[in-house]
Design a protein around this ligand. Structure first.
Ligand code: J9N
Length: 227
């Protein structure tokens, strides 16, 4: 999988060299390329934004600059992700779906967002006929200063699903996960007693049938608490 990121803050993406993502990148499972949006600004002061038509607070990112940055990245079979608090909520099913993509481009907006004609332009049939899909995505109902951290969240959730990235391949397929993809029951490891708190006895019993039953009970208790 190839992942391109367009941002005015390339330094935000230093963590891609660490841990799971760093190893995935070194092993060639995923290739990251970070593009500095400002290098595409052709105006006097390398401005990437301007005041909004119609008035109002803040600045809107310039479509010309985004067009120059994105055009060379919009090759066949590309998912263009535009981060925005108004987008479709990112969840585990979306991560799974995007993990099947061969090429994802993250457009990280700042300020009050990107001129909407950028989304409109890359959503036209000219692009969809080349299998280029545009997605406006939010990682949750809170407002960030820009799309950079949201992109990192998505990149980690998507990349860890790629074959060969997780250390233990069984942990994806055979562990007990709910439909959103996360562990349903509480976990314990050594020591068996920590600060006077014992590990639930059933987990030390070696009775795998009873353990599975106990974990299912715990899972439904957790689900209740989340309603
Ligand atoms: N979920 C989410 C995305 C954002 C963004 S993207 C660009 C600015 C703010 N905030 N919250």
């Amino acid at each position: 999988m190839k992942i391109d990121v367009v941002t005015i803050f390339p330094d935000y993406f230093a963590p891609l060299k660490l841990s799971l993502l760093g190893k995935a990148s070194e092993s060639g499972i995923v290739e990251f390329q970070i593009h500095d949006l400002r290098s595409f600004a052709r105006n006097n002061h390398h401005a990437v934004d301007d005041t909004p038509y119609g008035g109002g607070a803040g600045m809107v990112m310039l479509p010309e600059v985004w067009g120059l940055a994105l055009d060379p990245l919009m090759v066949e079979n590309t998912d263009l992700i535009i981060l925005t608090p108004a987008g479709k909520r990112f969840d585990q099913p979306m991560a799974e779906s995007l993990s099947a993509s061969s090429h994802i481009v993250f457009a990280c907006g700042r300020y009050e967002g990107i001129d909407d004609r950028v989304r409109q332009h890359y959503s036209t049939q000219e692009y969809s006929s080349r299998n280029i899909r545009v997605h406006e995505v939010s990682i949750g109902d809170y407002v960030l200063g820009g799309g950079e951290v949201a992109s990192l969240v998505m990149i980690e959730a998507i990349t860890r699903l790629l074959p060969g990235v997780l250390g233990n391949p069984l942990s994806l397929s055979e562990e007990s996960h709910n439909e959103d993809g996360y562990l349903e029951y509480p976990n314990f490891t050594k020591p068996s007693i920590w600060r006077d708190i014992p590990v639930p006895e059933i987990l030390l019993s070696g009775n795998h049938g009873e353990i599975a039953k106990w974990r299912a009970e715990q899972a439904s208790k957790r689900a209740e608490n989340n309603i």
